[in-house]
Design a protein around this ligand. Structure first.
Ligand code: FES
Length: 108
């Protein structure tokens, strides 16, 4: 398998409603993950970009959260509608999407 240029981790952590911490799983992260896989296929970027669903990334209150390596860029509050911009600007042109960046309070 070729080493991908970008590795995108999509938090799909779930927790029961009674849990004291919120979870990306309660905020439509599944449809965000599906949108990433759809774009990956449509844009034929497999091999260059890898998308992996993952457990909690830390700042749960800000989710759905996405982490992109090798840059270590974290996106917060990502909606399905934001995924195209992450591909257009960051994954294909190396320009992180400023409006979606996690604040330094949580990632910095
Ligand atoms: S549950 Fe997604 S970051 Fe913690």
């Amino acid at each position: 398998m070729p080493k991908p240029e970008k590795h995108v981790f999509v938090c799909v952590q779930n927790r029961p409603p009674s849990h004291p911490r919120p979870a990306c799983g309660q905020k439509n992260c599944a449809e965000v993950a599906e949108e990433f896989y759809w774009h990956l296929q449509q844009r034929q970027l497999a091999g260059k970009v890898q998308v992996t669903t993952t457990g909690c990334l830390g700042p749960c209150s800000e989710g759905p959260n996405i982490l992109v390596y090798p840059e270590g860029v974290m996106y917060a509050g990502v909606r399905k509608e934001d995924v195209a911009a992450i591909f257009d600007e960051h994954l294909e042109q190396d320009r992180p999407v400023e409006r979606l960046l996690m604040t330094r309070e949580f990632w910095g």
